[in-house]
Ligand binder design. Structure first.
Ligand code: F6R
Length: 627
């Protein structure tokens, strides 16, 4: 949430900051601003709304300053108005600060500073920071680094900040506590940002700061310190990064591009994690899956607990189904935000899995850290075993868990998760198959059979995209005025009902709910009439007939029925459903991977036809780094 960027070097800073902010805009987009130092003065420009408003304001300015900081905001404290936009300055306009996070004790600090004569011009928590730093710098012997160090010692909460000062025109100081912050190393120029996307056009040499670390950037180099002031020796690494991942490549929206990337994401996953030399018949003594999990994570495993939020929570529900049904391991899935405050009782030999596309979700990271801490002093079998599932192996998640499964989806820019959901789900198929193999809960033949099904997925998704998209686009026109949708599914496709509903509500602003199909009659059915379409995920398999009869119950209440089913059953399904979204024939166990694709397209086209901002829906952010 919120994106921060900073630059110091030999080029004019403003354009670098603006283009960095453009690449961070998915983190928040209700206001933006930049500050630079020029001829001993701070220049700060801020604008309400999207970044182009700021760009328009700045275009009137020629500013050769070679140092600056920028911010794109997702409001927490204070409405999205210009006076609440970052950077925030102290009263004497000597210090400018951008922040991502929340200063929890800001009220107390603010009152204390008001008592000393400070006046504030925003309602934000952030504004106390430049005021505090300015107080510390009042002693002229204090360096900018020391001033920031003293000020942040007062702050409670999660924050990543970047600070410049009119009196220190050749330094940029940054600090990180529970909010992401990376440094970029160029030739005589240095960067800081909330995410590597902002600096990737300039450098692939990156260092991720850890909690409790700060840095001083000058045109000559970067010094890293602990909050206690101890100098730290750290080495950047070079990223293997494909810049086209952050381009639209001719698609109208990132979301559509990312939906279309799904076949290749699955292909890369299959190439990365399937052992090509494994064949059921040969009864090999190595796993068909090459996740290379440390034995400590799976030995004597009795229980798996999964922690996630939002769409990642939906992928985790598929994971639970697979871990229980294939590997026979009791599994629970908790919202990380709930687990933090009501953790489950400690069970021995538990694998805890954090699932997150950003690798930065505050609740997920805090729940994982809590799990490690509360088990740390217990006997070995009770100690934490932490696994992360993410497409961002360089994220904070990797610093917390013992091991990562990289889902190979690359970065996702559209705020609504699509390819990362699919990749997380694929990650769970691999994990469940690996554990099933090790625990001998499935025969080798059955494992090979499931793997064979997975191998067909990329071509099957391509077929859906080729054959269904224009039909779905046409269908979408009929729902632009619809107020409510219900999605139903059962068994392994219940999470797809939840995901279909979430995609629709977050980008089209249509109220949508996902239910287990069998639960409709226990309440939600009261909502149904001819104005409420019902989308039923009716994939052939063990619950197919049940879903069809649940759909009939909705039809009897005049609901318009949209079915997601396999082409094989299309003829039969036509008599039940008013509209059909068909996917290629597929075994029920793997069917969620295909069933979700038409629902992503439906949500996308409804939102696009309504002319909404598909990639940056209102009130949302891609990376939720506050609690
Ligand atoms: C929905 C969506 C969100 C995220 C949630 C968790 O499309 O993207 O619901 O799934 O904010 O984010 P991560 O996966 O980054 O932990």
């Amino acid at each position: 949430m919120c994106g921060i960027v900073g630059y110091i070097g030999t080029q004019a800073a403003t354009e670098i900051l603006l283009s960095g902010l453009e690449r961070l805009e998915y983190r928040g987009y209700d206001s933006a601003g930049v500050a630079t130092v020029l001829e001993g003065e701070l220049h700060c420009v801020r604008a309400k709304g999207k970044l182009y408003n700021l760009r328009e304001k700045i275009q009137r300015d020629v500013n050769p300053s070679q140092i600056g900081i920028g911010h794109t905001r997702w409001a927490t404290h204070g409405k999205p108005e210009e006076h609440n936009a970052h950077p925030h300055l102290d009263m004497a306009r000597q210090v400018a600060v951008v922040q991502n996070g929340i200063v929890e004790n800001y009220q107390e600090i603010r009152e204390e500073l008001i008592g000393k004569g400070h006046q504030f011009s925003s309602e934000t928590d952030t504004e106390v920071i430049p005021h505090l730093i300015a107080e510390c710098l009042a002693n002229s012997a204090t360096s900018l680094l020391e001033g920031v160090q003293q000020a942040i010692a007062r702050l409670e909460g999660a924050f990543a900040i970047a600070v410049i000062s009119a009196d220190h025109p050749n330094e940029l100081v940054v600090a990180r506590q529970q909010a992401p912050l990376i440094l970029g190393f160029g030739q005589g120029e240095f960067f800081c940002a909330s995410d590597i996307t902002a600096v990737i056009p300039h450098t692939h040499t990156i260092l991720s700061l850890e909690n409790g670390e700060m840095a001083r950037l000058t045109p000559l180099g970067v010094e890293i310190y602990s909050f206690a002031g101890e100098r730290l020796l750290k080495f950047p690494r070079t990223l293997d990064w494909n810049p086209t991942q952050v381009e639209k490549q001719g698609f109208r929206h990132y979301m559509l591009k990312e939906i279309y990337e799904q076949p290749d994401v699955v292909r890369t996953c299959l190439e990365s994690y399937l052992n090509p030399n494994w064949h059921a018949q040969e009864n090999p003594d190595f796993s068909p899956i090459t996740l290379s999990l440390a034995p400590r994570l799976y030995e004597n495993l009795e229980y798996v607990q999964i922690l996630a939020c939002g769409t990642s929570w939906h992928a985790s529900l598929i994971g639970k189904y697979l871990l229980e049904q294939l590997a026979g391991i009791p599994t629970t899935v908790d919202y990380a935000s709930e687990f933090r405050y009501s953790p489950r009782p400690i069970i021995p030999n538990t694998l805890t899995i954090g699932v997150t596309q950003s690798g930065e979700t505050a609740d997920t990271l805090a729940a994982l850290e809590m799990e490690r801490e509360r088990r740390a002093s217990l006997e070995p079998k009770l100690q934490a075993r932490l696994l992360g599932i993410t497409n961002r192996p360089e994220s904070t998640l990797a610093q917390i868990v013992d091991q990562i499964i990289n889902t190979q989806a690359g970065i996702e820019i559209g705020v609504a998760a699509t390819k990362t959901f699919l990749a997380q789900a694929i990650g769970f198929y691999f994990l469940a198959l690996d554990l099933a193999y090790r625990r001998k809960t499935l025969s080798n033949e059955r494992i090979e059979n499931i793997i064979d099904g997975l191998r067909h997925i990329p071509a099957q998704i391509e077929k859906i995209l080729e054959t269904q998209e224009s039909y779905i686009e046409e269908l979408a026109h009929e729902f632009t005025e619809t107020q409510d949708f219900i999605f139903v599914g059962r068994g392994i496709n219940f999470p797809i009902a939840l995901e279909g509903a979430l995609k629709l509500k977050e980008i089209s602003y249509i109220h949508a709910e996902g239910y287990p199909a069998g639960e409709m009659k226990h309440g939600p059915i009261a909502l149904l009439d001819s104005k409420v379409p019902v989308v039923a995920i009716a994939m052939p398999g063990s619950v197919y007939d049940k879903v069809l009869s649940n759909a009939q119950e909705a039809k009897a209440r005049d609901a318009r029925l949209i079915g997601v089913t396999s082409a094989m059953n299309a003829q039969e399904a036509t008599s039940t459903f008013d509209d059909l979204l068909t996917v290629p024939e597929i075994e029920e166990l793997i069917s969620p991977i295909l069933a979700v694709v038409p629902l992503q397209l439906l949500a996308y086209h409804i939102a696009a036809i309504k002319g909404l901002d598909v990639d940056q829906p209102r009130n949302l952010a891609k990376s939720v780094t506050v609690e």
